[in-house]
Design a binder for this molecule. Structure first.
Ligand code: 13P
Length: 256
């Protein structure tokens, strides 16, 4: 299993191009002392902010991601963004299957499978997000849901994809929530399920896939998730959007 620490943020639809550029510049300056061989930072801005973010970032220290991608290289798909467009901007990571894409915009497992396959073929790292809803949790179906999401997204991929796949487990009910946090013990069970599914799919190569936790991560609870044996990093929303606060959190976790 990788010993590298992965810490990153999804900016969702919160920062303009100018805000993002300021954020990247500041975060770069504040975290320039940290060893990129031991710590992988990443920021995933909105589409209009990617070009400037990508130009400003030292990609060895801070990788830049896109929040979504269409699977086709070009076509009559109004409002969509293609792998070629992202590659031209030196995007490193494509985030796919985020809960807001699945549940607000109705993305299906089949769309996520096509996007995952295309993103990997075009040379990106895929940050695949999986997680159960509150209803699925209450029905005791969380592990079945996770296995289904993984099987659907990774169907047909070879074990060689393991070195460019990251998985974020984000319980839907804990994302953007106020007061709803996953107990580390509960999250730990889900991570064992995810690792088990990867091992069944890809054998030993399944060990290489970094697993990240997301959903109301903050300075108070971050450490408790990183202590889980299968967890390699954190995927953070609100608590990372102030560069000073995020840098403090990064330093506290990197210097443990
Ligand atoms: P919060 O940390 O704001 O709950 O958001 C997490 C998230 O959606 C990361 O993709």
């Amino acid at each position: 299993m990788t010993s590298k620490l992965y810490l990153g943020t999804n900016l969702k639809m919160y920062k303009t191009n100018r805000d993002t550029a300021e954020y990247i510049s500041l975060l770069s300056a504040l975290t320039g002392d940290l060893d990129p061989d031991r710590l992988q930072l990443f920021v995933i801005p909105s589409f209009p902010a990617i070009a400037d973010a990508s130009r400003l970032a030292d990609h060895r220290r801070i990788q830049i991601g896109a929040q979504n991608m269409h699977w086709a290289e070009a076509g009559p798909f109004t409002g969509e963004v293609s792998p070629l467009m992202l590659r031209e901007l030196s995007v490193d990571i494509v985030e796919l299957g985020h809960s807001e894409r699945r549940h607000v915009f109705g993305e299906t497992e089949e769309m996520i499978r096509l996007k995952t396959d295309s993103a990997l073929r075009h040379g990106f790292t895929v940050l695949l997000c999986v997680g159960e809803t509150a209803g699925e949790k209450e029905a005791g179906r969380m592990d079945e849901v996770l296995r289904g999401q993984l099987a659907a997204a990774l169907d047909g991929l070879s074990p060689e994809c393991a070195d460019r796949l990251w998985i974020a487990y984000e319980p839907v009910w804990a994302i953007g929530a106020h007061g709803q946090q996953a107990e580390p013990g509960y999250a730990g069970c889900r991570f064992r399920e995810i690792r088990g599914a990867l091992l069944r799919l890809w054998g030993r190569r399944g060990e290489e896939v970094p697993l990240l936790f997301g959903g109301s991560v903050n300075a108070e609870n971050a450490e408790s998730y990183l202590q889980l044996s299968e967890v390699n990093g954190l995927f953070i929303g609100r608590s990372a959007w102030d560069a000073f606060r995020f840098s403090e959190l990064i330093h506290s976790l990197a210097e443990r």
